[in-house]
Design a protein around this ligand. Structure first.
Ligand SMILES: NC(=O)c1ccc[n+]([C@@H]2O[C@H](COP(=O)([O-])OP(=O)(O)OC[C@H]3O[C@@H](n4cnc5c(N)ncnc54)[C@H](OP(=O)(O)O)[C@@H]3O)[C@@H](O)[C@H]2O)c1
Length: 268
């Protein structure tokens, strides 16, 4: 069955490779990236390599929450339905630690953007067939500090990355509870996969990018994951396992949810 699939951050890395794999199977693919030129060339490249004409694109810089809000409106206007959303866009290294609005840049790109986009386009997902959301977490997860969430303090790159990934995982579990009709799964695609991110952050890799692509492809389409909503798949371990303990702490999740709502309403 042909599915309509949006992959954020699909101009590079495992997002781009997953888009290509899914395009080769004839699905409708929505590419997303922050650079218009890169989105255009990616569409052309994937169309050519897959012989699939149903490749479309959106541009939005996830370090600007207003751009994410605008993207959500575009999707609601232009996309009739979505069966699968892969919240994949992410950064580790960045020339700036803060966004122009003063948020921690990794929190904005890796967490707030996926939150805003997903919560805004639930209606488009609800029109999909057995809709699924895959949220790109990481083995790096660290207790979310309110001051980091609000951009009030600066912590190391690895700490802000790990906090952003735990925030995403906590929200993923909460979203799954609130939307029982959408299968929502958080995944660590594998540590130090051979992509731009791993090269920039560590100058080395442990596994080929295809390890991450294979699990994203499977999580997007395989019926084996039908009953795994609200779970965490750790591809370093090759199966479902527990995320950080905070992801099971209801009061911490409620606290995160309320501060997130407040920040997303006030920050642009
Ligand atoms: N690689 C790993 O070992 C690893 C391990 C665990 C989790 N992950 C997660 O897997 C996901 C994909 O990572 P990857 O390794 O494939 O990284 P990547 O090669 O660096 O690709 C990241 C993608 O996100 C996009 N992106 C970055 N900043 C953005 C912004 N401000 N606005 C919009 N899009 C933006 C990039 O766009 P450009 O093309 O413009 O750069 C690119 O398309 C990330 O969420 C990452 O945290 C990766």
């Amino acid at each position: 069955m042909q599915k309509a699939i949006l992959i954020t951050g699909s101009t590079d890395g495992i997002g781009k490779l997953t888009a290509l794999q899914l395009a080769k199977k004839g699905h409708i693919i929505y590419i997303h990236g922050r650079s218009e030129a890169k989105v255009k060339s990616c569409i052309a490249e994937i169309k050519d390599a897959s012989q699939n004409k149903n490749i479309h694109g959106f541009v939005a810089d996830f370090s600007e929450l207003n751009a994410v809000k605008h993207l959500s409106e575009q999707i609601k206007n232009k996309v009739p339905k979505l069966d699968i959303l892969i919240n994949n866009a992410g950064i580790f290294k960045s020339p700036n630690s803060k966004t122009i609005s003063g948020l921690d840049v990794r929190m904005a790109v890796n967490y707030f953007s996926s939150y805003i986009l997903t919560e805004s386009i639930v209606s488009v997902l609800e029109k999909g067939f057995n809709p699924r959301i895959i949220n790109l977490s990481s083995a790096a997860q660290s207790t979310v500090q309110k001051e980091v969430l609000k951009g009030k303090v600066t912590v190391s790159e690895s700490e802000s990355y790990a906090q952003s990934k735990l925030a995403l995982t906590m929200w993923s579990f909460n979203f799954a509870k609130q939307h029982p009709n959408i299968t929502t799964i958080a995944v660590n695609p594998g540590s130090l996969l051979n992509t731009k991110m791993a090269k920039e952050a560590y100058g080395q890799h442990w596994s080929p990018a295809e390890k991450g692509v294979d699990i994203l492809y499977s999580l997007a389409l395989d019926t084996a994951h039908d009953n795994e909503s609200g779970s965490y798949f750790d591809n370093d371990k090759g199966g479902y396992t527990n995320a950080h303990p905070d992801a099971y702490n209801t009061s911490k999740i409620d606290f995160l949810a309320s501060i997130t709502k407040e920040i997303c309403l006030t920050i642009q």
